[in-house]
Design a protein around this ligand. Structure first.
Ligand code: KG4
Ligand code: ZN
Length: 349
């Protein structure tokens, strides 16, 4: 089975084609994976501008579909389905991806699959790693920070979520305040190399509190206040602050994941989403998982940030179960993975 996946929910225009093994198990093969990062379009604004993003998706997407097919050496007739991110995300971009996906599916008489972007991240680990359902997932990206039990495609139980900002957003804000550029996560990680992680004591919201919810707004404020007091032109201080910030985020994520592993024991802890690209944080979670007798599994770094392969793979998982979508599917700016879960509603430790 081969599925083409389209991702346009934020600032990456991405198309991929993946091939799945027979059955319903993990580990597929990536036949093509092309990503156009709209960094230059948004950099001077210090963040993603939705209208610019939507236009850039529109200009690039057709060309990327052609490029992906050429890379895979396939024609549209060789595909078994067309998947596109159907939300949540910046609605202009989602519309571009969904309309393109529907048009390709209609013109070539293929099943269409509208993929929840978060489900794309949540299942992405199974594209490359031997991971079976159910597993515990920390999904940490620019817009989300949540802990979930993943029982299968479309079957999630949320244990906790952020009550304010996402972890990735906190990285982006820190980088912006320090003038490190955009996107912030990789910039902070790079700047932290060689820094002293103990120099700055920053608050750890929710640390050692019951449950699995997160909070990052207090940390964001503390970082801003610390930066205001930093001596000018002091690269040492910047490195120390980035290292201290990263360590603090690591403390919080490990603490929350520890509670989740106690509440919903699982032999596998998966981390996915852009923040999962952070090597230091992966290390922290690896140590934590081991202390609970579990193993940490993460997608390859390249597949942590937004990409088409995770959308194509989620398409595979759904197509195998016959979970296709009609061509009147309406893009969704908001689309929770577990619609029944509220903030703080999770079981308490
Ligand atoms: O999953 P993603 O590509 O897009 C969303 O769905 O939001 O995640 C992007 C987020 C950004 O906030 C970015 O700064 C963060 O992931 N990120 C990182 C790293 N790489 C990307 N955060 C920490 N360390 C990284 N290496
Ligand atoms: Zn994402």
């Amino acid at each position: 089975m081969r599925v083409l996946g389209i991702e346009t929910s934020c600032d990456e225009t991405a198309v991929a084609i993946v091939e799945a093994p027979a059955g319903t198990g993990p580990v597929g093969r990536i036949l093509a994976n092309v990503v156009y990062s709209q960094l230059t379009e948004h950099r001077r604004f210090g963040g993603v501008v939705p209208e610019i993003a939507a236009r850039a998706h529109l200009e690039r997407l057709d060309g990327l579909v052609i490029e992906a097919l050429a890379e895979a050496g396939l024609g549209l007739a060789d595909l078994d389905g067309i998947a596109a991110t159907g939300g949540p995300g910046l609605i202009g971009g989602v519309l571009v991806g969904v309309m393109t996906g529907k048009a390709l599916a209609f013109a070539h008489d293929k099943p269409f699959l509208a993929i929840n972007h978060l489900e794309g991240h949540a299942l992405s680990v199974r594209l490359t790693e031997q991971v079976d359902f159910p597993y515990l997932l920390l999904l940490a990206s620019g817009g989300h920070c949540q802990l979930l039990t993943v029982r299968g495609p479309g079957d999630f139980a949320r244990l906790g979520t952020t009550i304010d900002d996402a972890a990735g957003e906190c990285f982006d804000k820190t980088a912006k305040l320090l003038g490190l550029g955009f996107p912030g996560g990789p910039a902070v990680e790079k700047a932290a190399v060689g820094g002293d992680p103990q120099r700055f004591a920053l608050p750890r919201p929710m640390w050692r509190k019951p449950g699995c919810d997160f909070s990052f707004s207090g940390l964001k404020t503390a970082v801003r206040q610390t930066i205001e007091k930093l001596p000018p032109n002091d690269p040492r201080a910047v490195a120390d602050l980035c290292a201290s910030f990263q360590r603090t985020v690591g403390d919080v994520l490990a603490d929350r994941c520890g509670n989740a592993l106690t509440l919903a024991p699982s032999p596998t802890l998966v981390v996915a989403g852009g923040v999962a690209a952070n090597v230091y944080l992966r290390g922290r979670l690896e140590t934590l998982a081991a202390s609970h007798g579990a193993r940490l599994v993460a997608p390859p770094i390249k597949l942590c940030t937004d990409n088409g392969a995770m959308i194509a793979w989620a398409g595979v998982e759904r197509l195998r179960l016959g979970l296709t979508d009609a061509l009147d599917f309406r893009p969704r700016p908001r689309w929770p993975l577990d619609p029944g879960a509220g903030v703080g509603a999770a079981v308490r430790v």
